[in-house]
Design a protein around this ligand. Structure first.
Ligand code: NDP
Length: 338
């Protein structure tokens, strides 16, 4: 079978393409330039049948008309993830039009598609006004970020702008299925902070994707002891997230479902404790508190994004935070001068 992956040049998508190839799928990726496509062709040389098509801007009408031809399933992963938008529309247009654009192109040009999986986010699930202790599940929807952007526009917080873009995109995805009754059934993967080794093209630490860039700040000296414990989020390993996307294409019961793909809360302190062990002489890395109490405190002071449905239905055995952080740190050291 052939799978289309949109935005194949990204952090999560490059691992997902790798997982698809390992599972024997012919894989077509959309990328913005031949340079990005050729990097991936080189990366996956000898690993399977990978090719790419250029889609310069996912927000444009009909952008995916060619890309969707001759594929059996689609993973829509492209969407801007950054906290630098001035006007929320800078994120909303590619997020929403990108999602609807893929679905419209499938409808027009490929009625044989059986399943579409989109990379949503816990951003579409969690409401920031709900404080710990609290466990979010797939039944929850973010109820605060869209109203915040409607009310405050450009003055809305950067995280509300991003979170609203993901919520609007996912809502559009489910609405399309309900109204258009397409040939395919859909599923969403909703990860929290995705961490792990970097295999996509990236010239410098500054240009890393948002989630790994935030981690790298603890390695390069952008964070100090004063920033500890730096908690507040949940995380998942990028390889688990990639595998969940593949399984969401394969598992029949995944149709119509959302999956939080997450392995619980983490903090900057957790990063530092693991990094201190790995690089004991590196003074750029703040000294973390390795006591059991510090860990328990993070768990009790964070909301939980419950990833158990994904583990069960998609058979994901989550990596430990130690393994994820070690592999991520080693991959950054091997690629950049840090
Ligand atoms: P990346 O920034 O590494 O990947 C985003 C991809 O989308 C890139 O390939 C990028 O292309 C492409 N893209 C963005 N905007 C456009 C556009 N207007 N036209 C064409 N292509 C575009 O981020 P991640 O891998 O982290 O994110 C992938 C997906 O996962 C996103 O949907 C994100 O919202 C979601 N997600 C990520 C999380 C994380 O912690 N990383 C957590 C939860 C969800 P280019 O490289 O050329 O810019």
């Amino acid at each position: 079978a052939t799978v289309l992956v949109t935005g194949a040049s990204g952090f999560i998508s490059s691992h997902t393409v790798e997982a698809l190839l390992e599972h024997g799928y012919k894989t077509v990726g959309t990328v913005r330039s031949t340079a990005k496509g050729d990097y991936l062709k080189d990366l996956f040389k000898g690993k399977g049948d990978f090719s790419y098509v250029i889609v310069e801007d996912i927000g444009q009408d009909n952008a995916f008309d060619e890309a969707v031809k001759n594929v059996d399933a689609v993973l829509h992963m492209a969407s801007p993830f950054h906290f630098e938008a001035d006007d929320p529309q800078e994120l909303f247009v590619p997020a929403v039009n990108g999602t609807l654009g893929v679905l419209k192109s499938i409808k027009k040009n490929n009625p044989d598609v059986k399943r579409v999986v989109i990379t949503s986010s816990v951003a579409a699930i969690i409401s920031s006004n709900i404080k710990p202790p609290h466990t979010f599940t797939e039944k929850d929807w973010n109820e605060v970020s869209i109203p915040a952007c409607e009310k405050d526009g450009k003055k809305a917080s950067n995280s509300d702008k991003y979170r609203a873009s993901k919520t609007l995109a996912e809502q559009a995805f489910w609405k399309f299925q309900k109204e258009e009754k397409p040939s395919w059934d859909g599923a969403t993967i909703n990860p929290p902070m995705v961490l792990g080794p970097v295999i996509h093209q990236c010239e410098s630490v500054d240009k890393l994707n948002t989630s790994v860039k935030m981690f790298s700040d603890w390695m390069v000296g952008n964070k100090t002891k004063d920033d500890l414990p730096g908690g507040g989020g949940n995380w998942v390993d990028v390889r688990d997230c990639a595998l969940a996307h593949v399984r969401a294409l394969e598992v029949k019961e995944a149709g119509g479902e959302r999956f939080i793909c997450g392995n619980g809360p983490f903090s900057g302190n957790d990063y530092c404790v693991i990094l201190n062990k790995l690089y004991p002489d590196d003074k750029k890395i703040p000294q973390g508190d390795a006591s059991e109490g510090a860990r328990e405190k993070i768990n009790s002071e964070s909301t939980i994004h419950d990833g158990s449905k994904c583990a069960k239905v998609l058979d994901i055995k989550y990596h430990s935070l130690e393994t994820t952080v070690e592999d991520m740190a080693k991959s950054l050291k091997s690629r950049f001068d840090i």
